[in-house]
Structure formats: structure tokens, C-alpha cells
Ligand binder design. Structure first.
Ligand code: NDP
Length: 348
């Protein structure tokens, strides 16, 4: 049992709550960063057994100068590691480019600056990046390209288009990660960083969600496109056809804290490609009671576009010793839970 403590931003989110689960299960203490007391209370109620191994720092604005200074002061045991997952990804209507880019970039820079100034015991900061900083959203397939940890989204600031909030999200993750690497180069701090860049993250929720309206963006996409339609509905268009189970991603964050091979490395973390027909087939097979809500498509066929891109996450597997759940387990567990949330919130 180790007494090290981890500072975790985005702790109340979809991925953050799974990371918290893994950290606690390995005996670590955690300080969660949230925007309000209400969010801290919610996390505590989701993890009633955490006891004194869980405390919180309230940071209402992660972009402000010195935003994280207090979060890093006074901790017993001392904070040895940081996992930074907080970043906006809700591209609902009314969002501006600044709504994505500023919190992503400034939030990342502020945590690195605070660590350099006040995190005297911190050995490593693990940042939740994204495939959005790897893939090219304006030529996604790249003629059958295989994306690896070494690829960068070539998006330029000029390309960021307020009319296309999805591109703003992609830009925000790219610019935030670039800012992190630039900081490390210029400031040469005593700690190192590791960046995990997952494509689509799927799987059950660990935090409590009372209704479908509260789902995070990517989980809501599965609900909207695969579990609340009819069998004759078209399959959604392919976009990022590669994924990882959220529980495996949380485990990857834990492993990235300690892996000596991961110092100042970035990783594409994925179990591989999956097309929407496969997701529909798995859901129809594993949740027969819900078949009338799931698109049929052409069962057993491929819905990958011509020259579909591929992904190679081999470096993460080698350095972090990752293993992956099957897609059947991921979508069964998620689908079952979403149907249950729907039933409960509908009161039926
Ligand atoms: P959630 O929306 O569930 O969680 C996002 C977290 O970030 C929440 O804790 C949220 O806090 C916090 N956050 C968002 N905007 C801000 C802001 N402006 N200021 C402070 N905190 C903020 O999303 P996920 O858990 O899915 O995403 C977590 C990370 O994973 C992000 O960095 C995202 O880019 C990355 N990612 C996610 C993928 C996916 O498929 N879900 C794929 C690839 C990467 P609050 O509740 O206060 O808003």
C-alpha cells in the first residue's frame, strides 16, 4: 500500500471518475479538482468508501493565473503525481472557439506552471490528450493512413472555424498538447510529463447520472445513434472509428504515472478500429430486449469508409503493459446501463 497522493482534475467527469476508481483501488490518496463544492459533494457520494484518502480543491476558473497554486500546497501525504483530464468537449450549440481553446490551453499551462512553482514533490504529470491531437479532421482517412503516436493533427489556428465547433474541440486538444510540450522545453522543470491520446472512449459510467440529459458527449452519442432509434434507421456516418474502453483508459493513466519508459512520451492509446456496424451488431446481440431501438444496418458487414484509416497503439501497449477488454464487453455494459438510466428517469 503506497501513501502517495495524486492530484486529479476533471475528477467528476466520465473518464475522471474511472481514474479515481483505479487510483483508490491501488491504495493511492487523491485530491480532486472541481469547480464547485456541489461537484465535490457529488464525487464523495459516488465514492463513499474513500474516506480520508479523498479530498478536494475548488478551482472555479482553471484559466486564471495561479489557478492551481492552492491545490498544490499543503498536502499530507505530499502530492507526487498529477493527472490532468479537465477540458471542455461539449460541442453543443452556442459554443465559441474560445470556449474550447482557452480552458484547454490555459488550463494545461496553469497546471504545469503551478507544478513547477509549488509542486516540489511532483515526479510526473499525466495529461489526457486525445486522438484529436493526432488525426487530421479535414482529411481523416488520409488514403488509408495508419495513425501512430508520432502523428500530429496539422490544424492551424487560421483553420479554426467558429461555425464548426467540432473542429474547435480538435484544435483545442492539439493546441493544449503543443503548449504543454513547449512549456516542458522552455521551462525544463524537475518533473516530466506523459500524454495519453485516446480516440473514442466507450464503456459504462462510474459516476452517478440521473438522466440521459446528463450524459457526457461521447456516451450520449451512443445513446442517440444506437439505442434510441428504430431498426430501419441509418447507421451514423463513420468519424473516429477507433476506440478504447474507459476502464482500460483509466488503467493506462495509472500505469503512466509509474512507467519509467513513459517520461516525456505521448501515446496513442487504443484497442484498435471499430465500425458502427460492429457496434450495432454487438448491441443487438447482447441486448435482445432492446432490438427495436437499435439500427440493423447490414449485420456482419463492414461500414468502414473506403481507404479507412487504421491505428497503431503498439507503443502504449509495450511501455505501459496494457491489455484491453473486448468491444462486446464494453458495449454490453454501457448499453445495459444506459437502458437502465432511461427506464429510471422515465419512471417506467
Ligand atoms: P466529461 O465532460 O465527462 O468531463 C470533462 C471534465 O472536464 C469535467 O470534470 C468538467 O468539469 C471538466 N471541464 C470541462 N470544461 C472545463 C472548464 N472550462 N473548466 C474546468 N473544468 C472543465 O468528459 P470526459 O470525461 O469524456 O473527458 C475527459 C477528458 O478526456 C478531456 O480532456 C477530453 O478531451 C478527453 N477525451 C475524451 C474522449 C471521449 O471519448 N470521451 C476521447 C478523447 C479524449 P465540469 O463538470 O465542472 O464541467
Amino acid at each position: 500500500m503506497t501513501t502517495a497522493k495524486v492530484l486529479l482534475t476533471g475528477i467528476n467527469g466520465y473518464i475522471g471518475s474511472h481514474i479515481l476508481d483505479v487510483l483508490l483501488s491501488h491504495g493511492l490518496s487523491v485530491r480532486g479538482v472541481v469547480r464547485s463544492e456541489t461537484k465535490a459533494t457529488q464525487v464523495r457520494s459516488d465514492f463513499p468508501d474513500a474516506g480520508s484518502r479523498l479530498d478536494f480543491a475548488i478551482v472555479p476558473d482553471i484559466t486564471g493565473p495561479g489557478a492551481y497554486d492552492n491545490a498544490l500546497r499543503e498536502s499530507d501525504p505530499p502530492i507526487r503525481y498529477i493527472i490532468h483530464t479537465a477540458s471542455p468537449l461539449n460541442y453543443s450549440s452556442g459554443k465559441t472557439v474560445a470556449d474550447f481553446v482557452e480552458p484547454a490551453v490555459q488550463g494545461t499551462l496553469e497546471i504545469l506552471k503551478a507544478t513547477a512553482s509549488h509542486g516540489h514533490d511532483v515526479a510526473r504529470v499525466v495529461i489526457t490528450g486525445s486522438f484529436s491531437a493526432i488525426g487530421n479532421p479535414v482529411d481523416m482517412q488520409g488514403g488509408g493512413k495508419t495513425y501512430t503516436s508520432h502523428d500530429w493533427n496539422p490544424v492551424t489556428v487560421e483553420q479554426i472555424n467558429a461555425e464548426n465547433p467540432r473542429l474547435a474541440y480538435w484544435a483545442s486538444k492539439t493546441l493544449a498538447e503543443r503548449a504543454a510540450w513547449d512549456f516542458m522545453k522552455q521551462a525544463a522543470p524537475a518533473f516530466d510529463i506523459a500524454v495519453l491520446n485516446p480516440p473514442m472512449v466507450h464503456g459504462p459510467l462510474r459516476h452517478s447520472v440521473k438522466s440521459i440529459k446528463e450524459l457526457n458527449v461521447t456516451t450520449n452519442n451512443i445513446w442517440r445513434d444506437f439505442l434510441s432509434v428504430t431498426p430501419d434507421a441509418p447507421l451514423p456516418a463513420e468519424w473516429v472509428h477507433a476506440d478504447i474502453d474507459v476502464r482500460d483508459l483509466a488503467d493506462a493513466h495509472y500505469r503512466a504515472l509509474f512507467s519509467s519508459a513513459s517520461a516525456n512520451r505521448r501515446y496513442l492509446v487504443t484497442r484498435g478500429r471499430i465500425c458502427n456496424q460492429e457496434i450495432a451488431d454487438i448491441l443487438r446481440e447482447s441486448l435482445p430486449e432492446a432490438r427495436d431501438r437499435i439500427p440493423l444496418g447490414k449485420p456482419g458487414s463492414s461500414s468502414f469508409p473506403p481507404n479507412a484509416f487504421d491505428v497503431d497503439g503498439g507503443e502504449a501497449v509495450a511501455d505501459l503493459g496494457l491489455t484491453f477488454r473486448s468491444a462486446a464487453e464494453t458495449f454490453h455494459d454501457l448499453g445495459k446501463q444506459l437502458l437502465e438510466i432511461h427506464r429510471r428517469s422515465e419512471g417506467s
